[in-house]
Design a protein around this ligand. Structure first.
Ligand code: ATP
Ligand code: MG
Length: 258
């Protein structure tokens, strides 16, 4: 499978913004990248059966890509209405989180596109049912992780716990992206500057980039994405280097593979 799984330390970590900005950056560099939201909550379906996905709307605001009805069904294979944990939304709606459905959709997207960038729901231990977690789905999808860490007081523990669990389950991690989802307080600057350093050191993980809080433009508008482009191009370059190294380690693979 060609792609990445954008996992977060928590809900509201900035996964959608990172996924959208990364798809945009890859497409600007001539790579046919598409987003995927395997399990959406707070969505549902329109009367004609099209999935509703607030996260997908954000991806679309960052890049315009062609997608017919079937493609969108593959990018959002399961959309649940209730804005809560997937296990609860799934139980309330009587609609099971079917991993077979997600894997088949991923396979089709991978055949048609260079790269699939999938965004998780909440943190990695979020239950999709009483017997299945987001981590189980990540393992089945087989994509390496880009970990999104919201840079706030308390994120060191969240980040290291997430890294430990992923390593325990032998899920490859490409690196982390630090995000600021609210305006940082000046008095916290010394914490926000140290968080990436200590997480990288003690978690033995590369920090692919730090995305600042964009104050001057509203999320989802073109000026917002343009402001993030500056930071995202460095992150995309770091991912290309990693992909190239993986391809050299595994002869016969395209440099876009991971
Ligand atoms: N760099 C940024 N500058 C300004 N606002 C940001 C930035 N990154 C994220 N945000 C805002 O923070 C909020 C949370 O971000 P986002 O929706 O990407 O989180 P998430 O991890 O995808 O959440 P969920 O678990 O609900 O999918 C959103 O309102 C988003 O617009
Ligand atoms: Mg999201």
């Amino acid at each position: 499978m060609n792609g990445f799984f954008v996992a977060g330390t928590d809900t509201d970590a900035g996964k959608t913004i990172v996924t959208a900005a990364l798809v945009r950056q890859m497409r600007m560099q001539g790579i046919d990248a598409v987003p995927m939201k395997p399990v959406q909550t707070g969505g549902g379906y329109t009367r004609d059966g099209s999935p509703i996905s607030p996260d997908f709307d954000v991806y679309c605001s960052a890049s315009s890509f062609l997608g017919n009805g079937d493609e969108i069904q593959d990018m959002i294979p399961l959309s649940l209405s209730a804005p809560c944990s997937p296990h609860l939304a799934s139980r309330m709606e009587g609609r099971a989180c079917d991993t077979g459905l997600v894997l088949a959709a991923l396979k089709r997207l991978c055949v048609r596109h260079d790269l699939v960038i999938a965004e998780g729901a909440g943190g990695i231990n979020v239950p999709l049912s009483e017997t299945l977690t987001s981590l189980d789905l990540i393992k089945e999808m087989g994509l390496p992780i880009i970990l999104v860490i919201r840079n706030v007081l308390g994120c060191i523990n969240h980040a290291l716990n997430t890294i430990q669990v992923l390593r325990l389950h032998k899920v490859p991690i490409l690196g982390a992206v630090m995000t600021e989802t609210s305006s940082p307080q000046v008095c916290d600057t010394f914490i926000l500057e140290d968080n990436p350093r200590i997480i990288s050191l003690t978690g033995d993980i590369p920090i692919l980039g730090n995305l600042p809080f964009i104050e001057k433009a509203h999320p989802g508008t073109e000026p917002f994405w343009e402001a993030l482009d500056v930071y995202m191009s460095g992150i995309a370059d770091a991912l290309f280097k990693k992909a190239a190294k993986t391809a050299m380690d595994r002869p016969g693979q395209s440099t876009h593979n991971t």
